[in-house]
Design a protein around this ligand. Structure first.
Ligand SMILES: [Zn+2]
Length: 105
């Protein structure tokens, strides 16, 4: 499934625990920043994991790591991130959860 992160397309893939483990070890999920892909383990498919990985995607698209912010600016950055994109992130996370719940039936 595709999610837009600041107008860029990110591909979300959910795999069985066995397949996910073989590729990524014990992680719940992982964001491959350069490929714009997020891989999530099926048993960790919940809003906490999705939102965690989406935050990494937003950090990437908004060049968080290149900004070299001080502590106060980091605080502001995250407050602004959530103020601006929080609603979209939660909507996308809910959409993903519904989609994969339906597909598993
Ligand atoms: Zn992380």
């Amino acid at each position: 499934m595709i999610v837009k992160v600041v107008n860029k397309k990110w591909k979300i893939t959910v795999r069985t625990d066995k397949i996910h483990n073989a590729r990524f070890g014990e992680t719940h999920g992982i964001a491959m920043l350069d490929d714009r892909k997020i891989h999530i383990r099926r048993s960790s498919m919940n809003s906490e994991t999705i939102l965690h990985e989406l935050i990494h995607a937003y950090q990437h698209e908004l060049s968080f790591h290149e900004l070299q912010l001080d502590d106060d600016q980091v605080e502001e950055w995250f407050a602004e991130l959530f103020g601006k994109y929080g609603r979209t992130m939660i909507k996308d996370a809910d959409r993903l959860l519904t989609y994969y719940r339906e597909r598993k039936k």
